[in-house]
Design a protein around this ligand. Structure first.
Ligand code: ZN
Length: 179
């Protein structure tokens, strides 16, 4: 059968610490998007007697009915703008933080710098190699001057061949040694 995978989507999400203080900005966020959400106490009587020591939840009204977020749950605003709670283990397995714009820019800058440095290294290498070639040719020229003109009776063709081979070797030492 043909295979498919999910397209990456970006969602907004916030984790609730289970407290009333933590619930306030989350509920405000949901209400600001015209979705109903309430802070609910599971047992108001016990809550009053035990100084808040009773489970609380954020109840979100969704198209599929009310959904409750409890302590450590994430509240997600999906791609359609819908809100829903998500258990922390599911959230961790499903989502990862999107790199911030500044972090992305920084990474791009680093990459650019690395590329420039690499180019400088290549050019420096070429420059060094050109300098070496010039030095070898000058040295060779000095050797030829010191050697003087071809001796009388010597083959002029062979004398030139030898010098051309030396010159070639001075310009392209690697190519010559590879052969
Ligand atoms: Zn309560």
């Amino acid at each position: 059968m043909p295979k498919f995978r999910k397209k990456p989507v970006e969602i907004e999400a916030v984790q609730w610490d289970g407290t009333a203080e933590g619930a306030t900005p989350i509920i405000d966020w949901i209400l600001s998007r015209d979705v109903t959400a309430t802070y609910r106490c599971s047992n108001p009587e016990r809550c009053a007697e035990h100084d808040g020591d009773t489970p609380h939840s954020i109840v979100i009204r969704t198209l599929e009915g009310d959904m409750s977020a409890t302590v450590d749950d994430w509240i997600i605003r999906g791609v359609q703008g819908e809100f829903y709670p998500c258990k922390p283990d599911i959230f961790a397995a499903t989502y990862e933080a999107v790199a911030s714009a500044s972090a992305t820019t920084e990474a791009a800058e680093l990459e650019k710098t690395a590329s420039i440095l690499s180019n400088i290294r290549v050019f420096a290498g070429l420059h060094r190699s050109a300098e070496d070639t010039v030095t070898r040719v000058i040295t060779l020229h000095e050797q030829w001057v010191a050697a003087g003109p071809p001796p009388p009776g010597a083959s002029l063709a062979r004398w030139w061949d030898k010098r051309l081979a030396q010159l070639h070797n001075a310009i392209q030492p690697d190519a010559t040694t590879e052969k």
